[in-house]
Design a protein around this ligand. Structure first.
Ligand SMILES: Cc1cc2nc3c(=O)[nH]c(=O)nc-3n(C[C@H](O)[C@H](O)[C@H](O)COP(=O)(O)O)c2cc1C
Length: 199
């Protein structure tokens, strides 16, 4: 089993969502001792946002690309290959301003490409990233689970589904802004969620 862990907190260290993602990976490692883990830390290895070069690279055949377009296509191709090689993807996703971090959106923009991770058909787009499980470690200062304001969960469920991944499992640690006791309680609750989900 190959696990791809994507940490999207702006904090390279002391991140709550990375701590939670680490716990999920540890539990998966216990269940699957031969699992290989690859970590993509977007705080230290950021994905460039979509810009004109990135968009033009998509519409330009490889042998006609400028050096800048070729470099951008190489970054995106590498991220797609890394995603396709994984069996399980574990995403650390803090809530920033009621949404996912911009870095995670940049990663999604880099890997969501027709012909690579989805294709158009006469009946609409079809995801090409099949047979994978995604765990998402959601951390946030307040409480939004099962409410219309839980934009990160709704968007990530839809977006991974669009790419063909229907098995998306969420682990919540909420109330991270309500003091150390609430934080530790949230991590204890999350530990129980992880045990249930990985089992
Ligand atoms: C820039 C920024 C924006 C945030 N926006 C929200 C928010 O909209 N709602 C919320 O409940 N918490 C918000 N928080 C709190 C974080 O979601 C929370 O502290 C989370 O645990 C951070 O995870 P991390 O340590 O992995 O970055 C925000 C934190 C930061 C730094």
């Amino acid at each position: 089993m190959k696990i791809l862990q994507i940490n999207s907190s702006a904090r390279a260290s002391a991140s709550a969502s990375t701590r939670l993602a680490d716990s999920i990976v540890a539990q998966l490692g216990t269940a699957h001792p031969a699992a290989q883990v690859e970590v993509l830390n977007l705080a230290t290895h950021p994905v460039a946002p979509l810009d004109e070069v990135a968009v033009e690279a998509r519409f330009t055949p490889p042998d006609a690309r400028s050096p800048e377009q070729a470099a951008r296509a190489a970054q995106d191709d590498g991220l797609v290959a890394q995603l396709l090689a994984a069996d399980v993807i574990v995403v650390g996703a803090p809530m920033y301003n009621f949404n996912i971090p911009a870095q995670l959106k940049n990663w999604i923009d880099a890997v969501t490409r027709p012909g690579a991770t989805f294709r158009y058909t006469e009946t609409g787009p079809v995801g090409l990233v099949e047979g994978k499980t995604v765990y998402v470690a959601l951390t946030r200062g307040g409480f939004y689970r099962d409410t219309p304001t839980d934009t990160p969960a709704q968007y990530l469920k839809f977006m991974f589904g669009f790419l063909g991944i229907t098995d998306v499992r969420f682990v919540y640690a909420e109330g991270m802004g309500r003091g150390p006791e609430m934080v530790e309680q949230a991590f204890r609750d999350a530990g129980e969620q992880i045990a249930r989900l990985v089992a």
